[in-house]
Design a protein around this ligand. Structure first.
Ligand SMILES: Cc1cc2nc3c(=O)[nH]c(=O)nc-3n(C[C@H](O)[C@H](O)[C@H](O)COP(=O)(O)O)c2cc1C
Length: 210
């Protein structure tokens, strides 16, 4: 863990935004430059992830930081898998080739991709869904800290996240769950504005007295 006065802290860019400001300004940014974040920056995201709430303190997450060739290697596995799936319900060959090529290269869209994985319960009282929920919270922590540091992030899943061959390549158990591929880099485009549905359309107040 990086302590307050650790020298590596000094190289990490931070804004003075409040947590609330960081949350409402965060947006997914899908296009990134090829400049890789530093190891310290990635470690800061991972550190933030491990502070997520989790039931029974099982800390059910694990992380795979994919950079350089590792993205290409996993891309080949993903493309082989898609090829197999398409063999069962083929498309016109031109379309099929384009889809397979996209699958092979998609991890190259950012210089670093972090696979965030939820482990299955190891004890009877732990629920699988809660491990996934906690790992999703860990993922959101990463996105928020990335926002604070001026990094671009995109949480992606897609078929690859649920693909047994992808899990095998990462040496995961079949019951492990890939919650996110977090694409990380520096923004190449401005963020897209998004206005969420206002909370009052989603909220029921019960027993509230002014
Ligand atoms: C569980 C999960 C899976 C997602 N998978 C994808 C994905 O496969 N591809 C993608 O473009 N975005 C994916 N997203 C990102 C959403 O598209 C994005 O968060 C949404 O459009 C809202 O935009 P914002 O993040 O900029 O607020 C995913 C988000 C979550 C939470």
């Amino acid at each position: 863990m990086l302590t307050k006065n650790h020298p590596r802290r000094q190289v990490i860019k931070q804004t003075s935004m409040s947590i609330f400001e960081t949350i409402i300004s965060r947006r997914s940014i899908g296009k990134m430059t090829s400049q890789p974040p530093t190891r310290q920056e990635i470690e800061r995201l991972l550190e933030a992830a491990t502070h997520a709430p989790n039931h029974h303190k099982v800390e059910p997450w694990k992380f795979f930081v994919l950079a350089g060739d590792a993205r290409q290697q996993l891309g080949i596995v993903m493309a082989e898998s898609l090829t197999q799936r398409l063999a069962e319900s083929p498309l016109p060959s031109e379309k099929q080739d384009a889809l397979i090529n996209k699958e092979r290269t998609k991890l190259m869209r950012s210089p670093v991709v972090i696979a965030v994985v939820a482990e299955p319960p190891r004890q009877a009282h732990v629920l699988a869904i809660e491990n996934i929920e906690a790992t999703a919270a860990a993922t959101q922590n990463m996105l928020l800290v990335a926002e604070e540091m001026g990094l671009a992030c995109m949480w992606r899943t897609g078929d690859a996240a649920y693909d047994p061959r992808v899990k095998e390549w990462l040496q995961l158990d079949p019951d492990d769950h890939i919650v996110a591929f977090v694409y990380v880099g520096y923004p190449a485009i401005p963020r897209l504005e998004r206005r969420p549905v206002p909370y009052d359309e989603k909220t029921t107040w019960l027993g509230w007295v002014e």
